[in-house]
Design a protein around this ligand. Structure first.
Ligand SMILES: N[C@@H](CCC(=O)N[C@@H](CS)C(=O)NCC(=O)O)C(=O)O
Length: 218
């Protein structure tokens, strides 16, 4: 049997990875890394993740990092789990990978500009925040259209891209991004929160918080 260990932190983008593991129905161990207290920068953890970030997944002893790569692999390990829509077409697979990388490499840094603008400067943050807000509004216009009328990002069925978008927009909203300007996305986020795999992941994280004494920052 494949051994899987997820390194995660509550409220971080590893929430998406844990939801994918729950969708896949794979057995896994989890290990909470407190990124709010710098645990991710320890020399020991750097052996798991070269950049000192979550998520990281250890599969049969091999560390895999970068959410887009991990999610693509989990989809390949559990092809019927609906992590991504099933397809054998190289073009469609490429388009799906493009969507995941868009979430992780384009939207995530924009959301970081909103949630943690101080990461981009040792001075004034207002311009960084405003630029992130403008970029996210621009990017979300497409999403607003795609998820309107009860649709998921790919149409009739939910996928991990919906869960990723949920994490991105709720994280931005927690830092004051005006998500109410995108009513279809607000409604879509509520649907994601009803997904059984999402609920299992949230319950598992809550258990991890309880067992480890982890404290959310004020
Ligand atoms: N490109 C990485 C980004 C991962 C990332 O930025 N993770 C954040 C949490 S959402 C983190 O670990 N932050 C801690 C830090 O930057 O020190 C991925 O997509 O997996």
């Amino acid at each position: 049997m494949t051994s899987i260990e997820l390194y995660y932190c509550p409220r971080a983008c590893s929430q998406v990875t844990m939801t994918a593991l729950e969708m896949a129905g794979l057995a896994y161990d989890d290990r909470l890394i407190n990124i709010f207290e710098g645990e991710q920068k320890s020399a020991e953890y750097r052996k798991v993740h070269r950049s000192g970030k979550v998520p990281a997944l250890i599969v049969d002893g091999v560390p895999i990092t970068e959410n887009a790569s991990i999610l693509t692999m989990l989809d390949a390990m559990a092809p019927d789990a609906g992590i991504l829509p099933g397809t054998d077409t190289p073009l469609e697979k490429a388009a799906q990978r493009s969507d995941l990388v868009w979430c992780s490499a384009t939207l995530h840094p924009i959301v970081r500009q909103i949630r943690m603008p101080i990461r981009y400067t040792d001075g004034e943050t207002d311009g960084i925040y405003a630029n992130g807000t403008a970029q996210l509004k621009d990017a979300l216009r497409e999403v607003e259209e795609r998820v309107s009328d009860g649709n998921w990002f790919y149409g009739d069925e939910p996928s991990i891209v919906d869960v990723y978008l949920h994490w991105l927009v709720t994280t931005a909203a927690s830092a004051g991004f005006p998500i109410q300007e995108f009513p279809a996305i607000v409604e879509h986020s509520a649907r994601v929160e009803e997904m059984p795999a999402f609920r299992r992941a949230m319950a598992r994280q809550a258990e991890g918080v309880k067992n480890s004494g982890f404290q959310f920052p004020q």
